[in-house]
Design a protein around this ligand. Structure first.
Ligand code: GDP
Ligand code: IMO
Ligand code: MG
Length: 449
């Protein structure tokens, strides 16, 4: 009888998941943990993600390929829950290869959905339409644009759920299927998109199909049934590391809807996004920055619009890994982080970029919201209601300089440790990793069972 998740084999998997609005340093944490695991697995999102890893002074930016690819030759699995832009994937793979990275471990689920040009065009046109609609409506009502990465993520997930016109990676190796499906999709998209913009030029189905078929030829050897691959590894006692993309407050169900992405970013996305059931997860590391950032539109109660915020943006190099957009910056919102830790069942927190707060005069953390209905210490996962809250702060002592030189948790100066202790106490989850710089050696690990 195979082990179905009880006993020793249930203690095999770790998940790394963002607890804020993305860019918490998940890539760095995955890179840190990859050596202790046998494979890294992406379960959601697409090329909207940008995960930076700095190894030996070299900076890598991963978008579709799991960050664990940098852990020499181990399987790096793109699960079925990911939406894959095949040309972007090829570009990323070639870029890594050029830098001497062994990419032989890259495996892509045959059931991952394909992002094609019309998804990206639709993404952009919808955003433009939302903006125009808001500008035209009296008083500027309506949500306006989501501020997407325009990588076609939403339209690709929508097509997945709509079914008949979608393509999966496994289809790419069957030219006749690609051609038939793309032709059908283009008929539908031409009808839809011409109504969104007068300057929309009809799609050339043959050209889109040709490119998809070419990508299928190049990627074909890496496309597999990853569900059985992962379960075979589990049956052999191997350890999997799941790499969340985007983050809990961008989760389509649990985030600040509608200002979210289109996938299940929290750990509950691992089941549908890989076929691995939840009882395989032994450790869930929630990654949170020592402050908050957000890219795109949507409420962010602790946002800073002053020189303090600008200082943090510059020191933290808070410009998007994927789009280069300046990130919005604010104080650490502990109400939000506690909510996300709850949603994910986080067993530990990786508190990153603590070094960036060094020298910031008496940093604040948000411990409650004042709302039109009264004060609450509960998060409000709603794009319009969250915009109405007024954050209530606790002031903490100024963090000392010199954090980037620390190599162990005990090297941290007193106020830095106070900050960490306050986070732990408020969230009710231990801080097991503290980040004091982008390098691999700048992760201070503590009690990581
Ligand atoms: P991800 O999307 O969650 O993987 O995060 P990103 O890579 O988009 O953004 C995190 C940024 O912070 C990257 O530029 C990292 O190199 C950097 N970084 C990660 N951890 C730390 C840290 O502890 N301190 C500093 N100063 N930078 C860090
Ligand atoms: P990583 O994995 C930060 C944001 C976009 C936008 C919203 C919807 O690097 O943390 P989409 O293109 O997904 O439809 O955009 O979600 N967003 C991210 N912000 N980091 C990310 O990924 C993000 N992925 C999506 O900016 O507000
Ligand atoms: Mg990022």
């Amino acid at each position: 009888m195979p082990d179905q998740g009880s006993g020793r084999q249930s203690q095999q998997c770790t998940a790394v998941v963002g607890l804020q609005w993305g860019d918490e340093g998940k890539g760095k944490v995955v890179d840190l943990l990859a050596d202790a695991h046998d494979a890294t697995v992406r379960y959601n999102g697409g090329a909207n993600a940008g995960h930076s890893v700095v190894v030996g002074g070299e900076r890598y930016a991963l978008h579709l390929i799991p960050s664990g690819i940098l852990a020499k030759g181990k399987p790096a699995v793109v699960g079925n829950g990911v939406v894959v832009d095949p040309e972007k994937l090829l570009e990323e793979r070639a870029g890594l290869q050029k830098r001497g990275v062994d990419v032989s471990g890259l495996v892509i689920s045959d059931r991952a959905h394909v992002v094609l040009d019309y998804h990206k065009i639709e993404d952009g046109l919808r955003e433009d339409m939302l903006n125009a609609a808001r500008a035209e409506s009296s008083g500027g009502s309506g949500p306006g644009q989501i501020g997407t990465t325009r990588r076609g993520i939403g339209p690709a997930y929508a097509d997945k759920v709509n079914r008949a016109t979608a393509l999966r990676m496994g289809d790419l190796v069957r030219p006749e299927v690609v051609r038939e499906r793309v032709t059908l999709a283009c008929r539908l998209k031409n009808a839809m998109l011409s109504g969104l913009s007068s300057s929309f030029a009809p799609l050339d189905a043959d050209a889109i199909a040709d490119r998809a078929i070419r990508a299928g030829e190049l990627l074909g050897p890496s496309i597999r049934d990853t569900t059985y691959l992962l379960h075979d590894m589990l049956a052999q006692g191997k350890r999997l590391l799941f790499e969340g993309a985007n983050a809990t407050l961008l989760d389509v169900d649990h985030g600040t809807y509608p200002f979210v992405t289109s996938s299940s970013c929290s750990v509950s996305g691992i089941g549908p996004g890989t076929g691995v059931p939840p009882n395989r997860l032994a450790r869930i590391i929630g990654v949170a920055k020592a402050y908050s950032t957000r890219v795109g539109s949507g409420p962010m109660p602790t946002e800073l619009f002053d020189a303090v915020g600008e200082g943090i943006r510059q020191r933290g190099r808070e410009f998007g890994t994927t789009t280069g957009r300046p990130r919005r910056v604010g104080w650490l919102d502990l109400v939000a982080v506690r909510y996300s830790a709850m949603i994910n069942g986080a067993t530990g927190i990786a508190l990153t970029l603590l070094d960036v707060l060094s020298g910031v005069d008496r940093p604040r953390v948000c411990v409650a919201y004042r709302t039109p209905e009264g004060q609450t210490d509960r998060f409000i996962p709603d794009g319009s209601r969250l915009g109405l809250v007024e954050p209530q702060y606790k002031e903490l002592p100024t963090i000392e300089p010199g954090l980037t030189e620390c190599r162990q948790f005990d090297d941290l100066p007193a106020n830095a440790r106070r900050y960490v202790a306050y986070v732990e106490e408020f969230v009710g989850v231990p801080v097991v990793i503290v980040g004091v710089g982008p390098g691999r050696e700048q992760s201070l690990v503590r009690n990581l069972a």
